[in-house]
Design a protein around this ligand. Structure first.
Ligand code: FMN
Length: 172
C-alpha cells in the first residue's frame, strides 16, 4: 500500500473484536515505533504492551468509555522526561511530546497497514494510568492505543473531515 493510501485508510477505531492479536503483529508494530526519529536521537519513550487482565482492568478505569473496553489489549506510550531533548540554548522547550507523537503515529500507521485498528486516546486520567503502570516520576503517559481486530459491524470509517490546504498552508 502506498503511504497516501495508508494515511487515507487509517481512521480511529472505536469497536474491536475480542480476538487476541498475534505476537508477530505486535512485534511488527513495535519495530515500526522503535525506528521513529527523535530530537538528537534521544528516543525518550517507553512502550507498555498491556495484555495482563489485571493491568487491562486498571487501564480501563483511567478512560471509562464503553467502546474502549472492547479492545483485547493496549499499548501505552510514555515520555521519559529525564532524557527528552530540551532546546537549552534558547527557550528550553522540551521536544519529548513531539518525539513521542511521532513514534505513536508510527504505531497507528503500522497497525492500519496490517489490518488492525487503533485509536489515539489522550483524554485519560493521568494519575490512574500512572498507578496502573506503576510509573516512576520520570515517565509521563502520553497516549493509550487500544489495539485489535476491527469489529466491522460496529466500526465504520467516517468521512475524513480536514481543513483544506488553502486554509492551513501558506506558500511564501
Ligand atoms: C493527540 C490525540 C488525542 C486524541 N484523544 C482521543 C481520545 O481521548 N478519545 C478518542 O476517542 N479519540 C481521541 N483522538 C482521536 C481523534 O478524535 C481523531 O483522530 C480525529 O477525530 C480524526 O479522526 P480519524 O482519526 O478517524 O481520522 C485523539 C487524537 C489525537 C491525535
Amino acid at each position: 500500500m502506498k503511504l497516501k493510501e495508508l494515511i487515507e485508510n487509517r481512521y480511529s477505531v472505536r469497536a474491536y473484536l475480542p480476538q487476541a492479536v498475534e505476537k508477530e503483529k505486535i512485534d511488527y508494530i513495535l519495530e515500526c515505533a522503535r525506528l521513529a526519529p527523535s530530537a538528537c536521537n534521544n528516543q525518550p519513550w517507553k512502550f507498555y504492551i498491556v495484555r495482563s487482565e489485571t493491568v487491562i482492568s486498571k487501564i480501563r478505569e483511567s478512560y471509562g468509555r464503553e467502546w474502549f473496553k472492547t479492545a483485547p489489549m493496549y499499548i501505552v506510550v510514555c515520555k521519559d522526561v529525564s532524557i527528552s531533548w530540551k532546546r537549552s540554548a534558547s527557550d528550553n522547550k522540551d521536544f519529548g511530546d513531539v518525539d513521542t507523537a511521532i513514534t505513536a503515529e508510527h504505531i497507528c500507521l503500522a497497525a492500519a497497514e496490517i489490518g488492525l485498528g487503533t485509536c489515539w486516546v489522550c483524554n485519560f486520567n493521568p494519575d490512574l494510568l500512572a498507578q496502573a503502570l506503576d510509573l516512576s516520576a520520570k515517565l509521563e503517559p502520553i497516549a493509550i492505543f487500544p489495539l485489535g481486530y476491527i469489529d466491522t459491524d460496529k466500526s465504520i470509517a467516517a468521512e475524513k473531515k480536514r481543513k483544506p490546504l488553502s486554509e492551513t498552508g501558506e506558500w511564501i
